[in-house]
Design a protein. Structure first.
Length: 57
């Protein structure tokens, strides 16, 4: 998934917020492409959302 796809799935979270989560180690696992862009496997994104749901309960 691209960063814009992730932001859309999260309902309009800002790009800045997403990158801040990554800086703090609270974002989903991601990897960088050779051009520097981030990608997240959908399975990692879903697992990250499930972890967040578990901590909110």
């Amino acid at each position: 998934m691209t960063v814009p796809q992730i932001l859309a799935e999260l309902g309009g979270v800002s790009r800045r917020t997403f990158y801040r989560w990554r800086e703090l180690g609270n974002g989903p696992d991601a990897f960088k492409l050779p051009n520097g862009e981030l990608r997240v496997w959908r399975s990692d994104f879903v697992a990250w959302l499930r972890r967040l749901e578990g901590t909110a309960a």
